[in-house]
Design a protein. Structure first.
Lengths: 270, 312
């Protein structure tokens, strides 16, 4: 089996930067459980897609062997910095570039000093792999790609991993519902800003937990529109592509707010 | 203290290709030129800025996107390497800039008093966005004038366009009030492209101008219509058409800089001077100036006085 584990995780840096904040603790706790699960699955690499790494021309893949630096989130600068140290499986990433090109998706590798790695990628890498044990393959969210193209990219990536005899974990980084607080709040009072968003989130998470893949697919578009889901829920499309759309259920390790928006740490049962 | 005033506003777009084409020492990639008419347009704007001798440049950039209110750079000195995530092959720019923190704080406070959510960015490790850097380089590559950098709150996208631009109008008015109280002579920079419909592939040689032209004919016609109205000083007509322009041409003015700037200037029915227009990867870009000193709507710098950045 090529894909040995799969996770949907939030990309907001808030939980990482202030893990002591009570409303944000469920996500931090969830990430800890997911990190243990990822480690136990013993992947050779992690295929990661973050909604916050935005591209407009090509499908971009990180091919710089080692990314280090300090990032200050453009929204949450008052909460501190995000230091990062990420290794890349360049062999696998480069092969993904070629394979997606051959599949008709214009693609490029990105290898630049001080390239602005996004908050979502940094947080997911740090929280899922705190010891830096695993190399990552990171793909950007091209804003003009629909869910189908995103699914196809992940399918190709998993296929390439198979040809390289590599086991991979797959991670989709993004939020759930997108109704957010646009004025300052006391962070200890953070909550899901909209009741209907909360209802939607719980409904979808419930279906994912039960492995009701067809129902999730059927309602994803409506969910994305009505609950303003992060980037149209393409991070789930990424996961679906890599795992062939099949999971037998899931464990929601944590659910909670991110300044009004919805966030969840989900481990799929493969 | 003398009353401060806005002495000019510029529509000052930020395609990194213009910096790339110029080959300044701060930018790592090297080019064989490209986008010359637009870069020459900026040369004319630079000359005008040199004559204006402002005390401060205020720039509103669509690439510093904020969710909770309007943010202002609030650290006296910022530096770093700005790498464009979309065009890292063209723009990897080592920058250093000085911030007029006092004016930024005043703008922030007055924005709050007018009911906006506004914040100061106090983290010294913050990396300034590439839109701000590109606009500032193109208008003043000497980097010798302090700046106020302002984020683009996502209200025009999260709310309706009209609701969002209403916030930008309020922000502009707060900005004007802050400038007047400060005693500074300020130039405003609206870092916006016009029609933002673009190609989805880049030529192998990015500066191959045989591949550069408007991506969309309807978008190009919209740009010409808007520019023509601006050249005639028909400001209110432009703002009447703005929502439709945004809807039909995906104009980047939606992000708010253009509205902020005109609101701060008081929406003068003043012909704008077009320094030049050109496309970049198919998008429409105009460098335009509203010189309030030449129009008699602001005072010139008194003879014998120097702007702070010119002091020995």
């Amino acid at each position: 089996m090529t894909v040995v584990s799969a996770f949907l995780v939030p990309g907001s840096p808030l939980h990482f930067l202030r893990p002591d904040n009570p409303p944000w603790k469920p996500i931090i706790d969830g990430y800890e459980r997911a990190a243990r699960a990822l480690a136990m699955s013993r992947p050779d690499a992690v295929l990661l897609y973050s909604t916050q790494w935005m591209a407009v021309l090509d499908a971009l893949w990180q091919v710089r062997p080692h990314l280090t630096g300090l990032h200050v989130d453009e929204n949450w600068h008052e909460f501190g910095e995000l230091a990062f140290d990420i290794r890349v499986d360049v062999n696998l990433a480069s092969a993904c570039v070629e394979a997606t090109k051959n599949a008709g998706i214009t693609s490029k590798g990105v290898d630049y000093d001080q390239f602005p790695v996004d908050s979502g990628t940094i947080v997911a890498c740090k929280l899922l792999d705190p010891d830096g044990r695993f190399p990552f393959v990171m793909a950007a969210n091209n804003l003009y790609h629909d869910a189908a193209t995103t699914t196809r990219m992940a399918e190709i990536a998993a296929g390439i991993a198979r040809t390289q005899n590599k086991k991979v974990a797959v991670v989709g980084v993004g939020g759930l519902s997108g109704t957010v607080f646009r004025q300052g709040i006391a962070i200890e009072e953070d909550r899901i800003a909209s009741e209907s968003d909360d209802t939607w989130n719980r409904r979808v998470l419930g279906l994912i937990e039960k492995g009701e893949t067809q129902q999730v697919n059927d309602i994803s578009a409506a969910y994305a529109e009505e609950a303003r889901v992060d980037m149209g829920f393409k991070h789930l499309a990424w996961i679906n592509g890599a795992i062939g759309g099949r999971y037998f259920g899931a464990r929601v390790h944590g659910y909670g707010p991110a300044y009004g928006g919805g966030a969840a740490v989900v481990e799929f049962k493969l | 203290m003398a009353q401060g005033e806005i002495i000019a506003g510029f529509l000052a777009p930020h395609p990194p290709h213009l910096v790339y084409g110029e080959n300044p020492p701060q930018n790592e990639p090297r080019s064989q030129g490209g986008w010359e008419p637009l870069r020459w347009a900026y040369e004319r704007a630079r000359q005008s800025l040199e004559e204006l001798k402002p005390d401060v440049l205020l720039v509103h950039s669509p690439h510093w996107i904020t969710q909770v209110g309007h943010h202002f750079l609030g650290v006296p000195h910022l530096s770093g390497k700005s790498v464009d995530p979309i065009f890292p092959n063209l723009f990897r720019y080592t920058f250093e800039l000085d911030v007029d923190v006092e004016l930024a704080e005043a703008c922030c406070e007055l924005a709050r008093k007018r009911g906006l959510t506004a914040k100061m960015m106090r983290n010294p490790k913050f990396r300034v966005d590439y839109g701000t850097i590109t606009t500032l380089h193109m208008i003043r590559p000497q980097w010798d004038i302090p700046v106020v950098g302002i984020s683009a709150n996502n209200s025009p996208y999260y709310l309706t366009t009209e609701e969002g631009l209403e916030e930008m109008d309020t922000l502009g008015k707060a900005t004007r009030e802050a400038i007047e109280a400060s005693g500074r002579r300020a130039v405003l920079l609206a870092s916006n492209t016009l029609c933002h419909l673009h190609f989805h592939e880049e030529p192998d040689v990015p500066e191959d101008m045989s591949r550069e032209h408007p991506q969309n004919y309807e978008g190009y016609k919209w740009d010409m219509r808007i520019i023509d109205l601006l050249r005639q000083g028909k400001t209110s007509e432009v703002f009447r058409l703005l929502p439709q322009f945004i809807e039909e041409s995906f104009a980047e003015v939606k992000s708010g800089a253009f509205t902020w700037m005109f609101a701060a200037m008081g929406y003068p029915e003043l012909p704008g001077e077009l320094h030049g227009y050109g496309t970049v990867i198919g998008t429409g870009n105009a460098v335009m100036e509203w010189n309030l000193v030449k129009a008699g709507l602001a005072g010139g710098r008194p003879v014998g006085s120097t702007a702070p950045h010119q002091a020995a």
